[in-house]
Ligand binder design. Structure first.
Ligand code: GDP
Length: 610
């Protein structure tokens, strides 16, 4: 797969960007003779030496006349490789594109006038380069024909290099050039005996674009979707880096579960392996819970799972970020709720001055500390977007990741799960009852608790509403609040199940994503029972008069009335309270749970169960 290498050319106005681009096009044979004649003639008419920047003006005219031609880019070829120069008209568009990855550049050329050295705009562009992660940055010290002393040329290059290194950019090479005369552009110049390095074109020819090295990087597949095909669950995503091969052991982050790749579904034939840019449909050899936004990797090169992270964000919105504000953070296919917990720095890249408090925020660069509502897996420098009310307001990248639990050390038990299960005669479990208000979740849970207890099980029923009076009393009923409530309840369920108890949790939990998260938190010992009844039935029952109040407008966002309920697509058990009476649904639930917690490994030890 051979794609263009992307090059961006930056520098202070008049330092010779356009001339250098024009010269590169000419010297690499991209300009047809007629165009060259035109350039020479129009330069002469104006009493100038040949102005190679006119090559771009001609393209500019074309762009003005034919809006369909995408001439914000120009192409040239060096050997086998085609290069595209990405025009960077305004720093805002450039930064936005670059930070979202829309125009990831493989290389940048910073043009510095040999005589004038680093000037204002050069400094701003250096700052921008520091925000990006462009693998190859070349400093082209231009107009060497007009400066007699090599020392001054070297000093201009050294100053640019020092400034770049100060913002964390590694300079690949510094090359003295004359864009006007062509010295060290396509070929090495005889006029610079004090420079023994390659010409600019040679430096460019050495660049290996990221998409070609991506196959050697650690495997990353962002999960886009999970769908069923017959009996199979296919996990769909695009390989963004690395290679995946059938038989590989993959880890799903952030849940941390592992499974082996049984097949790679592709069209028209299944694949044995896949690499960067390929769409894959992964089929695992064992059931593993995977959802959109998860990141697949190999076990030996994991992404970082975080709740706290720092981002550098280029802000497009007029309204600046606010501390305590809740936003959406999008990275790869993940889209999670996050709170801005700190604004560490605000810089105006146009002036490099710290942004004034309350100043307009469009185009500002902020360093933000965020805390996500749920764990998020990503890599250092990951490109992200920040959204408000569904609209992106900033392009960002992750500059500091605080691994989850980095400062928390879980103590390891001296009693293990097997020992607990043997003592209890059964394993621990989270039995999650979801359904509309009034469907019968709590009624069933309480009776199942009584029956299992009677049979000698360690069992405890947790009611979502009861928890709201204590553990989750600080959480509201907004979408965010509900998610947080569910997260905490799931964490409690996990502890109970770890302790060997059967936790019966009744919670409306209307969003499929929240239930999926609960499953991810708890892990294997998690079963969902869908307590099914229609809205009409639940409303007719209305044990707590809540439907009546919701219809009267006293409760806003009531599930079933004016807030949605996602019916579980693949519940482990359906308890239909419309068709069956309580005794029947309770009996079914008891049998199901007893079966799920049975110790299968050594039948001899289950004497105390059922
Ligand atoms: P840009 O604003 O960075 O695109 O700069 P231009 O390419 O338009 O060049 C600005 C001016 O510098 C023009 O008058 C060019 O002729 C001149 N210039 C560009 N490169 C050279 C060079 O190598 N030597 C000399 N002497 N002048 C140059």
């Amino acid at each position: 797969m051979s794609r263009d290498a992307r090059v961006v050319v930056l520098g202070h106005v008049d330092h010779g960007k356009s001339t250098l681009i024009g010269r590169l096009l000419h010297d690499t044979g991209e300009l047809p003779p007629a165009r060259i004649a035109e350039i020479v003639a129009s330069s002469r008419r104006r009493g100038l030496q040949t102005e190679w920047s006119f090559a771009l003006d001609a393209l500019q005219d074309e762009r003005d006349q034919a809006v369909t031609i995408d001439t914000t880019r120009v192409w040239f070829r060096l050997g086998e490789r085609r290069f595209v120069i990405i025009d960077a008209p305004g720093h805002e568009e450039f930064l936005a594109n670059a930070m979202t990855g829309a125009s990831d550049a493989d290389a940048a050329i910073l043009v510095v006038d040999a005589d004038r050295g680093v000037e204002d705009q050069t400094r701003r562009h250096i700052y921008l380069l520091g925000l990006l992660s462009i693998a190859h940055v070349i400093v082209a010290v231009n107009k060497i024909d007009s400066v007699a002393e090599p020392e001054r040329i070297l000093a201009a290059g050294a100053a640019a290099r020092t400034a770049l290194e100060a913002v964390g950019v590694t300079v690949t090479a510094t090359v003295p050039v004359s864009a006007r005369d062509g010295d060290n552009v396509a070929t090495r110049s005889a006029r610079t005996p004090w420079y023994d390095g390659p010409a600019l074109a040679e430096l460019l020819a050495d660049i290996v674009p990221r998409h070609e090295t991506a196959a050697r990087e650690p495997l990353r597949i962002w999960v886009q979707d999970v769908y069923r095909r017959g009996d199979e669950r296919v996990v769909a995503g695009i390989v963004s880096a690395g290679r995946i091969v059938v038989g590989d052991l993959l880890r799903v982050s952030p849940s941390g579960k592992t499974a082996r790749v049984a097949a790679l579904r592709a069209w028209p034939h299944d694949a044995q392996s896949a690499g960067p840019g390929d769409y894959v449909g992964v089929v695992f050899d064992s059931p593993v819970y995977v959802d959109r936004g998860d990141l697949l990797s190999h076990d030996h090169d994991l992404p970082v799972t975080v709740r706290s992270l720092q981002l550098r964000a280029c802000w497009f919105d007029r309204e600046p970020p606010h501390v305590h504000e809740t936003v959406r953070l999008r990275a790869g296919s993940a889209d999670v709720s996050a709170r801005i917990v700190g604004i560490l720095e605000a810089t105006d890249p146009r002036t490099l001055a710290p942004a004034e408090h309350g100043a307009a925020s469009r185009g500002m660069v902020y360093s933000l500390a965020l805390r996500t509502a749920v764990p998020l897996a990503l890599d250092q420098d990951e490109r992200c977007a920040i959204a408000r009310q569904g609209l992106p307001v900033a392009a960002a990248h992750a500059v500091k990741l605080q691994p989850q639990g980095a400062n928390v050390f879980a103590s390891s038990h001296l009693v293990n799960a097997t020992a607990r299960a043997h003592r209890n005669g059964h394993r621990g479990l989270v039995f999650w009852l979801t359904g509309l208000p009034g469907a019968g979740k709590t009624t069933i849970a309480m009776r199942v608790e009584r029956e299992l207890f009677r049979r000698g099980y360690q069992v405890y029923a947790l009611d979502g509403d009861t928890l709201r009076t204590g553990l989750t009393s600080d959480v509201d009923f907004s979408e965010e609040g509900r998610s947080e409530n569910i997260r905490r309840v799931a964490e409690v369920g996990k502890l109970l199940a770890d302790a060997g108890t059967v936790a019966l949790i009744s919670l409306v939990s209307p969003a499929a994503a929240d239930r999926a998260r609960a499953r991810a938190i708890v892990g294997e010992p998690f079963r969902v029972a869908y307590v099914a009844a229609s809205v009409a039935t639940c409303e007719a029952r209305d044990p707590k008069n809540l439907y009546k109040r919701a219809r009267a407008g006293e409760i806003v966002g009531f599930t079933g009335v004016d807030a949605p309920y996602d019916v579980p697509e693949e519940p482990d058990l359906v308890l239909d309270t419309e068709r069956y009476d309580v005794e029947a649904t309770v009996a079914a639930a008891v049998e199901y749970v007893a079966d799920a917690v049975r110790i299968t490994a050594s039948p001899a030890s289950i004497s105390r169960s059922v």
